[in-house]
Design a protein around this ligand. Structure first.
Ligand SMILES: Nc1ncnc2c1ncn2[C@@H]1O[C@H](COP(=O)(O)OP(=O)(O)OC[C@H]2O[C@@H]([n+]3cccc(C(=O)O)c3)[C@H](O)[C@@H]2O)[C@@H](O)[C@H]1O
Ligand SMILES: Nc1ncnc2c1ncn2[C@@H]1O[C@H](COP(=O)(O)OP(=O)(O)OP(=O)(O)O)[C@@H](O)[C@H]1O
Ligand SMILES: NC(=O)CC[C@H](N)C(=O)O
Length: 567
C-alpha cells in the first residue's frame, strides 16, 4: 500500500439547503484537491443535512437531492474521490412493502457517481426516527480505492459492538462481514448529536472497534446545530491498536488532511478535550448561533430580571452572536426588588449589551381594570402573578416583531420538569437554551464563566450578587422559589436520578431522599407534561432531556406506584 492522502471534512450543513451544502462540499473538495488528497470523506447525509425528518416524505425533496448529487459530481475537481452522505430512492419499495429510501453515501469521481453504499443499522431510539423513512442496506460496503480496501459504514453501523455493550443492540452487525473481506481501513460517516459525556463514549466505542478488529478507524462527524440537536464534530482517527491518533476540533467546521503510509498516520493533531463546562458553553453557543442564523435572524431579545437564568442566557447569547446582537429588557413591576434592576444593569455592562427598561405597572393596572369586574369575590392568586409574566412575554414578542429578532426563553430543566413556569409568560420564546440544564447546573455554568473571565484578568462576567441571592420569580412580595419547591440541590438530585439514571422511587429513597417528597416530585413532573408540550424548543445537552427524544403523551394517566389491582 503506497502513501495515501485523505481529507476529513467536518462540515456544518443546513438541513434542506442543497445548494449551500453542495457548495461546502465542493469547497472542501477543491481545497483538498489542491493538497493532492485522493479521497475526501464527509459526514452522514452531508448533502441534505441531518436529520431531514419528514422532508424525506416529500417527493420533490428526494428529487432535488438526486439532482444536487449529480450536479455536485460534475463540479468536483478531477481525480479526487469524494464520499458524500446522501439519500437514495429504493426503486422496489412499492412492490416489496419496503421503505422508500436508503440512507447512504455516494463516491463521486470525475463527474460520475462511481459507487453507492447504504446504511444498515437504523436507529429509532431517543431522538432518532430512521425506520420511519429508510430501508436498511444489505450489501457489504467495500470500497477499493488506489490499492486500499476501505469498509464504509454510516454512523449507527458501528454502534452494535456486542462485546462493548455486553449484548446485541440489533440482530445484525455490518462490521464482521467487512473484516472478513480483509479491509485496511474502516470509515464511519456520522451525524452524532452531542450530549455531555457522548464524546468519551464515542472514543471508547470506536477505539474498542479498532482494537477488536485490528483495523484503523476514521470517524467523520457533522458539526453545527439542527433545531434542538447540536453536533460537535470532533473527527477521530484510531490506529489498529485502538489508540487515538487524531482528534479534530469540537463545535467548529474544519477540513483536515492526513496521510496514511505503511500503517503510520501523519499530519494528525490531538486536540485536548475542553473542560466540562467550557464544552457545555461551546455547545449551547453553537446551538443558539445556528438556530438564529439558520432561521434567517441575527438578533435576540430576552428579559433581564437580575436572576441567574437570564444572566446565563444573556452570556451565552453574547458568546454566540456578539454583544451588538443581544438586547436585554428590564421590566420591573411593583414587586421587583431594587437589585433586580441594578444586578441586570451590572450584568449588561459586563457583557456590553444594550438594555431597555419598560416598567410594567401601568399594564398590570390596565389588566386589573379589565378583569376585576369579572373576578369580584375571588381572592388574588396565581392568576395575577401569571399576568405579570405574560405581560413581559408579550412585550418581548412585540420587540422581536418590530426589530426582526427572536426571543430567548430563560427557563431551565428543573422548572420545565415540575411546571414552575408560566404558559405564554416566561415560557414564551423561540428557543430555550437552558431547558436541558438543571438549576444547579445553571449555577455551575455561571461559576465557570466567572472563573474563565477572572483567569483572563477580567471582571467576573456574572455579578457576584446574582450568584448569591435566593432565586425568586418576584411575582408577589417577598416570594422565593423555595416557597414552592424543595431546595434545588434536593430537587435536582431526585430529578437526575429519575430522569437520567432511570432509578425507581425505592432506589431514590435508598439514596436518602424523603419518600413523600419523591412522590410529590413525580406527580409535579407528570402533571407538567402539558407545559412541556407547548414549551420553546430545548437545546439538547444531556442523554435524556425534554427534547424531541422525550415522547410522553400529554393527555394520559401516568404510571402509578402501588397500582390497585382490584379497584
Ligand atoms: N392538560 C392541560 N393541557 C393544556 N393546558 C392545561 C392543562 N392543564 C392545565 N392547563 C392550563 O394551564 C393553566 C395553568 O398553567 P399556567 O397558566 O402556566 O399557570 P400555573 O402553572 O398555575 O402557574 C405558574 C407557576 O409558575 C411559577 N413561576 C415560577 C418562576 C417564574 C415564573 C414566571 O412566570 O416568571 C412563574 C409561578 O409561581 C406559578 O407557580 C391552567 O389554568 C389551564 O388553563
Ligand atoms: N423584572 C423583570 N424584568 C425583565 N424580565 C423579567 C423580570 N422578571 C422576570 N423576567 C423574565 O422572566 C424570566 C423568569 O423569571 P425568573 O425570576 O423565574 O428567572 P430568573 O430571574 O432569570 O432567575 P431566578 O430563577 O434566579 O430568579 C426571567 O429569566 C426573565 O427573562
Ligand atoms: N445518525 C446516527 O446513526 C446516530 C446514532 C449514533 N448512535 C449516535 O448518536 O452517534
Amino acid at each position: 500500500m503506497s502513501e495515501l492522502r485523505l481529507g476529513l471534512a467536518q462540515l456544518n450543513p443546513t438541513v434542506g439547503d442543497l445548494l449551500g451544502n453542495s457548495q461546502k462540499i465542493l469547497q472542501a473538495a477543491k481545497n483538498c484537491a489542491f493538497q493532492e488528497v485522493s479521497l475526501l470523506i464527509t459526514p452522514e447525509l452531508s448533502l441534505c443535512g441531518y436529520p431531514p425528518q419528514d422532508l424525506l416524505l416529500d417527493p420533490l425533496f428526494v428529487e432535488n437531492c438526486q439532482t444536487a448529487l449529480h450536479h455536485l459530481a460534475l463540479r468536483i475537481p478531477p481525480k479526487i474521490g469524494v464520499l458524500v452522505g446522501t439519500i437514495f430512492p429504493n426503486s422496489d419499495w412499492w412492490q416489496t412493502g419496503e421503505k422508500p429510501l436508503f440512507n447512504g453515501a455516494a463516491l463521486l469521481l470525475d463527474g460520475r457517481i462511481r459507487y453507492t453504499f447504504y446504511k444498515q443499522l437504523l436507529p429509532d431510539y431517543d431522538v432518532f426516527d430512521e425506520h420511519r423513512y429508510f430501508q436498511p442496506g444489505a450489501q457489504v460496503n467495500l470500497l477499493r480505492w488506489q490499492g486500499v480496501r476501505f469498509g464504509v459504514t454510516i454512523c449507527e453501523d458501528l454502534w452494535n459492538d456486542e462485546q462493548f455493550w455486553s449484548g446485541k443492540r440489533y440482530p445484525q452487525n455490518p462490521v464482521p462481514a467487512l473484516i472478513e473481506r480483509g479491509i485496511d481501513i474502516l470509515i464511519n460517516m456520522s451525524a452524532s448529536p452531542y450530549w455531555q459525556g457522548k464524546s468519551a463514549l464515542r472514543e471508547s466505542l470506536l477505539g474498542h472497534c479498532a482494537r477488536q478488529y485490528q483495523v484503523p478507524v476514521i470517524y467523520v462527524n457533522q458539526v453545527g446545530a439542527t433545531d434542538q440537536l447540536i453536533f460537535d464534530g470532533r473527527n477521530l482517527i484510531f490506529d489498529a491498536g485502538g489508540q487515538v491518533m487524531h482528534r479534530g476540533r469540537g463545535f467548529t467546521q474544519e477540513v483536515q488532511t492526513v496521510t496514511y503510509d505503511q500503517g503510520q498516520w501523519q499530519n494528525t493533531r490531538l486536540q485536548n478535550p475542553p473542560e466540562p463546562w467550557a464544552e457545555v458553553g461551546q455547545a449551547l453557543g453553537l446551538g443558539i448561533r445556528d438556530y438564529v442564523h439558520k432561521s434567517g435572524f441575527q438578533r435576540v431579545v430576552l428579559g433581564l430580571s437580575g436572576g441567574i437564568d437570564s444572566a446565563v442566557v444573556a452570556a451565552l447569547a453574547v458568546q454566540a452572536l456578539g454583544a451588538e446582537q443581544v438586547l436585554g429588557v428590564l421590566m420591573p413591576s411593583p414587586y421587583s426588588s431594587a437589585h433586580s434592576v441594578t444586578d441586570a444593569l451590572a450584568l449588561a455592562a459586563n457583557l456590553g449589551i444594550k438594555t431597555e427598561k419598560i416598567p410594567i405597572q401601568n399594564l398590570m393596572e390596565t389588566y386589573a381594570a379589565s378583569l376585576n369586574p369579572l373576578f369580584q369575590g375571588y381572592a388574588s392568586d396565581v392568576t395575577e402573578e401569571n399576568i405579570q409574566s405574560r405581560i413581559r412575554g408579550d412585550l418581548l414578542m412585540a420587540l422581536a416583531n418590530k426589530f426582526q429578532a427572536l426571543v430567548l426563553a430563560t427557563g431551565n430543566k428543573s422548572e420545565l420538569a415540575v411546571g414552575y413556569c408560566t404558559l405564554y409568560g416566561d415560557m414564551c420564546g423561540a428557543l430555550a437554551p437552558l431547558g436541558d440544564l438543571f438549576k444547579t447546573q445553571v449555577y455551575a455554568l455561571a461559576r465557570w464563566y466567572n472563573e474563565y473571565t477572572q483567569l483572563r484578568g477580567e471582571t467576573a462576567l456574572i455579578p457576584a450578587h446574582i450568584l448569591t441571592k435566593a432565586p425568586s420569580a418576584e411575582l408577589k412580595p417577598g416570594q422565593t422559589d423555595q416557597d414552592s419547591l424543595p431546595p434545588y440541590a434536593v430537587l435536582d438530585d431526585i430529578l437526575h436520578r429519575w430522569l437520567s439514571e432511570r432509578q425507581t422511587p425505592a432506589q431514590i429513597a435508598q439514596a436518602g431522599h424523603d419518600p413523600v417528597l419523591i412522590e410529590r416530585v413525580f406527580q409535579l413532573v407528570q402533571r407538567a407534561e402539558f407545559k412541556r408540550f407547548q414549551a420553546a424548543p430545548v437545546l439538547k445537552i444531556s442523554e435524556r432531556g425534554f427534547d424531541r427524544g422525550w415522547r410522553v403523551p400529554n393527555v394520559a394517566q401516568p404510571p402509578r406506584h402501588n397500582l390497585p389491582l382490584n379497584p
